[in-house]
Design a binder for this molecule. Structure first.
Ligand code: FES
Length: 161
């Protein structure tokens, strides 16, 4: 165990699920909601509390696409590049956001852990294309300029936090 890691959040979540192995997916979801990803330090603790092996928990965490083992930013921006959004020019929006945040196809998260930018294949809101979400809130009919204005707002929120 890592003496630097604060296990209080993990312990609280596991105990809310009565330390039941059957709650593993919900437990991982709640931990991810808190940290925005699954820190590696949680695995030994979960193994001990749930009486499972670390490998079993790790295999659940890697099986589901929604779990991330890499740190994510405070704001997770998902830009849809499904067919409806693609034909309505989602790529220039993605390029503008990446350029303004200094990100790329291989670097998804800013060093200050404020922004993560990902692409997804459909956000289920094709009628509003092109669409992006910020922490699961849908922003419809985007353009590069609207995306830029949205980033500015988010940066102001960070500065005023
Ligand atoms: S293709 Fe973008 S929301 Fe469906």
């Amino acid at each position: 165990m890592n003496a630097q890691f604060d296990y209080a959040v993990v312990d609280q979540i596991v105990e809310a699920h009565d330390c039941k192995q059957s709650g593993i997916i919900a437990i991982l979801q709640e931990i991810q909601e808190h940290y925005h990803y699954l820190p590696r330090d949680i695995f030994p603790r979960l193994a001990e509390k749930l009486d499972m092996s670390e490998a079993e928990i790790y295999s659940v965490a890697t099986f589901y696409e929604n779990f991330s083992l890499e740190p994510k930013g405070k704001y997770v921006i998902k830009i849809c590049d499904g067919t409806a959004c693609h034909v309505r020019r989602s790529v220039p929006i993605l390029e503008r956001i990446r350029a303004e945040l200094g990100l790329s196809a291989s670097k998804h998260t800013t060093d200050d852990l404020m922004f993560t930018v990902e692409t997804v294949s459909c956000l289920g809101a094709c009628g509003l294309a092109p669409v992006l979400t910020v922490n699961d809130i849908v922003h419809p009919a985007m353009t590069p300029d609207k995306a830029s204005a949205l980033l500015k707002e988010l940066k102001e929120e960070i500065a005023n936090a």
